[in-house]
Design a protein around this ligand. Structure first.
Ligand SMILES: Cc1cc2nc3c(=O)[nH]c(=O)nc-3n(C[C@H](O)[C@H](O)[C@H](O)COP(=O)(O)OP(=O)(O)OC[C@H]3O[C@@H](n4cnc5c(N)ncnc54)[C@H](O)[C@@H]3O)c2cc1C
Length: 430
């Protein structure tokens, strides 16, 4: 027997969680703010007469006049980059009737932040990672926490904030966590969604009219494709130095996550080989771009510039094979080198997974997107006003999976409101 819902959200990361709360009835209303009015007088004038929820805006008209809905909500939420007071947010949220939705996610809410290294600092100030309906400053006040929301936020604090959201907004009953979606097919009622309960291995079946696919940009971790990759001495993701009791650690990667791991392991006293396929120039471009804004990049630059004997950066180098005894065979410039280690940490990123979709008349059209921060993802081609797939009606890629959305943006859940608004408008609920 399948269970029907009006909407199903796949993925409980920041993107899916924001949609859950808004579909769960927490709607934005324009209230204006001094700074919003001063900086965006035309938008303030446009929105001032709008009495109903902002989900009822004519998003098509807005997009045609050159205002992307995600940008509009970003500006309402963050009319300036620095947070000074709650009153600067130019919209407020009121609880209205929810829509019948269900969120399925294989992890707890908060998405990839559950498994991010425990000490990792974000790239952006804490308040850029918050939801508009629950400013971090409000959360800190309610919970009695001492948080500077304009500073980078540490993973542990950030995930605690995300975990607080379902209870704070009364959405727990609509979340099914620990469930992995394995297939999404067309169905006469819209979509058929097949999942597996990870605890019991039991299969479940759902149908829905609207599907929000917010599975994130790294649901499939990349593989090196070499012998020995699955040995116990190889970790797929880095968390903390204490997970690696041995002295010699090889970090394979070259992006931000690998940079973090190499730096923290070095500073924990380990001997680190940092193996990258990229050139030295490319790596130093990222370090150079980041060292003045991010303290951990300043530290990495210092370690490398000082020529620390405990961190060897191996550029344009590939792992060829990993042995049971900890020997790793490397290739660089046609030369083979063997290094003896106790652990290998792979931080080579992941990809978005669209292989779950099958049987639809049109295949999803994807566009490759990458940015200076080393984020890359294949995004789904969508209509610019509602972020609905061009190829599969009523399918909405959440978060960074919609084409045209920057990969590290202030208020990463910007598409939430146009998606929720589109669904509510189609349902005649506004
Ligand atoms: C190390 C790192 C640091 C980052 N730092 C920043 C930052 O500082 N600022 C910023 O703006 N962005 C940053 N990002 C970008 C990051 O993608 C976002 O912060 C954010 O987590 C994206 O949210 P999301 O909900 O789209 O995806 P995710 O957080 O990836 O959440 C998706 C969820 O869906 C689940 N899922 C996937 N497939 C299925 C399935 N088949 N069935 C059920 N559940 C499924 C996943 O397990 C996951 O829990 C960073 C990314 C990484 C990797």
């Amino acid at each position: 027997m399948s269970e029907h819902h009006t909407a199903i959200i796949v993925g409980g990361g920041p993107a899916g969680l924001a949609l859950a709360v808004v579909l769960g009835g927490w709607h934005p209303f324009y209230r204006g703010s001094r700074v919003f009015g001063e900086r965006y007088p035309q938008l303030a004038e446009l929105l001032a007469p709008h009495r109903g929820t902002l989900l009822g805006l004519d998003f098509g008209r807005l997009a045609r006049s050159g205002v992307a809905p995600a940008d509009l909500f970003r500006l309402l939420h963050h009319p300036r980059q620095k947070f000074e007071e709650l009153a600067q947010v130019a919209m407020e949220f009121r609880e209205e009737e929810p829509i019948d939705y269900l969120l399925l996610s294989q992890e707890p809410v908060g998405g990839l932040w559950n498994k991010a290294p425990r000490n990792l600092l974000t790239l952006s100030p804490g308040q850029w990672m918050e939801f508009a309906f629950y400013p971090l400053a409000q959360y800190a006040e309610e919970e009695g926490l001492d948080l500077d929301v304009n500073e980078l936020i540490c993973k542990t604090d950030l995930i605690r904030y995300y975990h607080r959201v379902p209870g704070r907004f009364g959405q727990e009953e609509r979340l099914r966590l620990g469930e992995q979606v394995t297939r999404i097919e067309p169905h006469e009622r819209g979509f058929r969604v097949i999942s597996t309960e990870l605890d019991t291995g039991q299969s479940r079946e759902y149908t829905c009219k609207y599907l929000i696919y917010a599975a994130g940009q790294r649901c499939q971790l990349r593989r090196l494709g070499v012998e020995g990759e699955d040995l116990p001495l190889v970790s797929n993701q880095y968390d903390h130095p204490q997970d690696y009791p041995g002295h010699r650690v090889m970090v394979v990667g070259g992006g931000r996550s690998a940079d973090w791991a190499a730096t923290e392991l070095h500073d924990a006293g380990r001997q680190v080989w940092y193996v990258m396929r990229q050139s030295r120039d490319l790596h130093w471009q990222l370090i150079g771009d980041s060292r003045h804004g991010l303290p951990y990049y300043a530290r990495l630059a210092q370690i490398l510039e000082s020529g620390s004997p405990r961190l060897e950066a191996l550029y344009r180098t590939r792992v060829k094979r990993i042995g049971r005894d900890g020997r790793v065979w490397l290739m660089a410039g046609g030369e083979e080198r063997v290094v003896q280690v106790d652990h290998v940490v792979k931080e080579i990123g992941g990809t978005a997974d669209y292989s779950l979709f099958s049987g639809f008349p049109n295949a999803l059209q994807l566009e490759e997107k990458y940015d200076n921060y080393r984020f890359q993802v294949h995004q789904v081609r969508t209509h610019p006003h509602n972020y609905e797939s061009i190829d599969i009606p009523n399918l909405y890629p959440g978060g960074y999976l919609a084409a045209g959305i920057g990969l590290v943006v202030i208020a990463m859940h910007g598409t939430t409101y146009a998606i929720a608004g589109d669904i509510l408008q189609k349902e005649g609920r506004l």
